[in-house]
Write a protein of this length. Structure first.
Length: 92
């Protein structure tokens, strides 16, 4: 669960631009992934070990977004990574 008390803005000087990560053991993410443990913390992200309803173990990385520009950049990055994953499957 990410605490989004304030949405990111384009004003980098605003105190409300920082989204605090509040990932804790036992929390259910997206109604599907149960956090089992925190694997690591960084300056801008946190990685947690989770299980889904079928018992599959996955790692989820949550990223702090400072502003809307960074948010849009991350959306583009995710779209590119999804396309690359699809392309790799076609090549195999």
């Amino acid at each position: 669960m990410i605490d989004q008390t304030a949405a990111p803005t384009d004003d980098p000087s605003s105190a409300s631009t920082v989204l605090e990560l509040t990932m804790k053991d036992g929390v259910l993410l997206d109604g599907r992934f149960k956090i089992l443990q925190i694997v690591g913390n960084g300056v801008n992200s946190q990685v947690v070990k989770c299980s889904d309803g079928s018992g599959q173990i996955v790692a989820i990385k949550a990223i702090k977004l400072e502003n809307m520009t960074e948010y849009r950049w991350r959306q583009t990055e995710v779209a590119i990574l999804k396309e690359l994953r699809y392309t790799v499957r076609l090549l195999h």
